[in-house]
Write a protein that binds this ligand. Structure first.
Ligand SMILES: [Zn+2]
Length: 49
């Protein structure tokens, strides 16, 4: 029983992680996912750098 609970918890965490981290570089202002090649945030327009 305990083992089953642990497994379910782990699966939930993995799902969350993949959903919350679509990119390595979220915008520092609005936290929108951005590309490494973006010089500005596509969401809020703030400049990076
Ligand atoms: Zn932004």
């Amino acid at each position: 029983m305990l083992g089953t609970q642990r497994r379910r918890r782990r699966d939930l965490r993995d799902e969350r992680a993949s959903v919350q981290a679509p990119d390595d570089l979220p915008c520092p202002w609005c936290l929108a996912p951005t590309l490494e090649t973006d010089s500005r945030c596509p969401n809020c327009g703030q400049r990076f750098g």
